[in-house]
Design a protein around this ligand. Structure first.
Ligand code: HEM
Length: 451
């Protein structure tokens, strides 16, 4: 069996590069070591990275009981807690997943269409014509309001305003490339008082926990668990032994949905607006397509628009928000592409490198939505939401939200990009976000004629 190759630099340097220059590091390593290589970051067990569709297919179609994944996601523990779906494995993962999936699919998901459009209008209306704003921040406000409403099902009370502000600041606190180090290096996770980075994080988390636990308690006291919202659903669910979820389980699952359900979509939307406004021909085609729906803004029609769909796909291809799927940690030996892997190996499909393959996506650094109109890609060539039993439960919801927000904004607001240089991908926690947040300026806020 050939020996597995990989970067030889000191592991601490590799970690710093992974934090500070994530995509350049991956591009350079893949160029040198190819479709499969081993990456060693200090503080972590080695990861074996794959970017060949054949290997990815083998991993994602294997019996899921051959792997653990949750145990490899401990880096997120400070944010989401012990009982988060992200951190579970085996039967407890399966049980929670069954419970959390339905609200993000089918009719239940579609019922959020009006809400998405209303919130988009409300937040966009706050932007002042002629002033520069960060598209990512605006999109984060939209996506956080949407997920909060879906999860708690209530109108904006003071409590939810407070949760929203705290959640935004806690994510900003670990979101910059520098502060991401806090998540990656547990030794830095020391509470040195309210002004220290970790001390601030802990206090914000305590404040959010209090609000969430208060809400759970109020609902239990009022026996108010019959609503359509996700918290009601979770509170009324019982397992096979008739047990309901505990308060800690409820808190961790709520944090998981609030965290996973808006950070990602906000970055994806900011990237989409960047490309649309950077490339006039993309914007012109998209506006022409959106114009075909006229004044009848029907979510069912918008989500089927082919060019809009291709723009969303290309956005998630070129800079996938998650660079990797979760690691699949082997529980039994496995052979992949001629290499033998022992139990305990962290097999990690690299979404970014797969999406950058020249043989699948010619001129991979160019934003070309047309590639999705002329070719069908397999789920092992295009996998922004991962796959198998860990595939993103919010995939349909995220795409639905992206399409509605883009169509709504473009049909009402005229904007210019206020960036002079190309915007680069930077790390935001464990995700990839546009550096500087994509500066834009609204130049008109009205129902523009798209003819
Ligand atoms: C553009 C937006 C999004 C992207 C790119 C994205 C991407 C991903 C990826 C790559 C995974 C790991 C899949 C794997 O390892 O195979 C994942 C898992 C997950 N995502 Fe998303 N996601 C997005 C939006 C959402 C939304 C809106 C929600 C919730 C409403 C959500 C909730 C989750 C959860 C709970 C998991 C863990 C699933 C499990 O462990 O079984 N995500 N996502």
């Amino acid at each position: 069996m050939p020996a597995l190759n990989g970067p030889k630099k000191p592991q601490f340097i590799q970690l710093l590069q992974a934090i500070a220059r994530p995509t350049e590091r991956l591009d350079a390593d893949a160029k040198r070591y190819g479709d499969v290589y081993i990456s060693k970051l200090s503080g972590f067990r080695p990861f074996v990275l794959f970017s060949h569709p054949q290997a990815i297919q083998q991993i994602l179609t294997a019996d899921p009981s051959l792997f653990d994944s949750g145990i490899g996601n401990q880096i997120l523990h400070p944010l989401v807690g012990d009982y988060s779906l992200l951190l579970l494995d085996g039967s407890s993962h399966q049980r929670q997943r069954k419970l959390l999936t339905p609200p993000f699919h089918g009719d239940r998901m579609k019922s959020y269409g009006n809400l998405i459009c209303e919130i988009t209008e409300q937040v966009m209306n706050q932007q002042v014509v002629g002033e520069i704003f960060s598209m990512r921040s605006v999109m984060q406000e939209i996506s956080l309001k949407i997920i909060l409403r879906a999860v708690f099902g209530l109108d904006e009370t003071d409590k939810f305003q407070e949760i929203r502000k705290l959640l935004s600041s806690i994510l900003d606190a670990v979101g910059s490339p520098l502060n991401s180090t806090l998540l990656f290096v547990p030794a830095l996770q020391k509470d040195l008082g309210a002004w220290s980075p970790w001390g601030k994080f802990i206090r914000q988390r305590q404040a959010i926990n209090k609000l969430i636990y208060d809400e759970i308690k109020t609902r239990r006291v009022e026996n108010n668990i019959l609503g359509e919202d996700i918290l009601s659903l979770m509170m009324s669910a019982k397992d096979e032994n008739g047990q309901s979820m505990t308060d800690s389980e409820l808190r961790d699952e709520l944090m998981t949905l609030l965290f996973a359900g808006h950070e990602t979509t906000a970055s994806a939307l900011a990237w989409a607006f960047y490309w649309i406004h950077k490339l006039p021909e993309v914007k012109a085609k998209l506006l022409a397509e959106i114009n075909t729906i006229g004044n009848n803004f029907d979510a069912n029609v918008v989500v089927k628009l082919p060019y809009l769909t291709a723009v969303c796909q290309e956005t998630l291809r070129i800079y996938p928000i998650a660079m990797f799927t979760f690691a699949r940690i082997l529980k039994a030996p496995m052979q992949i592409m001629g290499y033998d892997f022992e139990p305990g190996t962290q097999l990690t499909p690299c979404i970014y490198l797969t999406h950058q393959r020249e043989d699948i996506y010619p001129e991979p650094k160019k934003f070309k939505p047309e590639r999705f109109l002329t070719r069908q890609f397999s789920p092992y060539e295009f996998l922004p939401f991962g796959g198998s039993n860990r595939r993103c439960i919010g995939m349909a919801f995220a795409l639905f939200e992206m399409k509605l927000v883009i169509a709504k904004v473009l049909s009402h607001w005229q904007m210019n990009l206020a960036e002079t240089k190309p915007v680069q991908p930077v790390r935001r926690g464990i995700t990839l976000a546009p550096s500087g947040g994509v500066k834009m300026m609204a130049i008109a806020n009205n129902h523009v004629s798209l003819n």
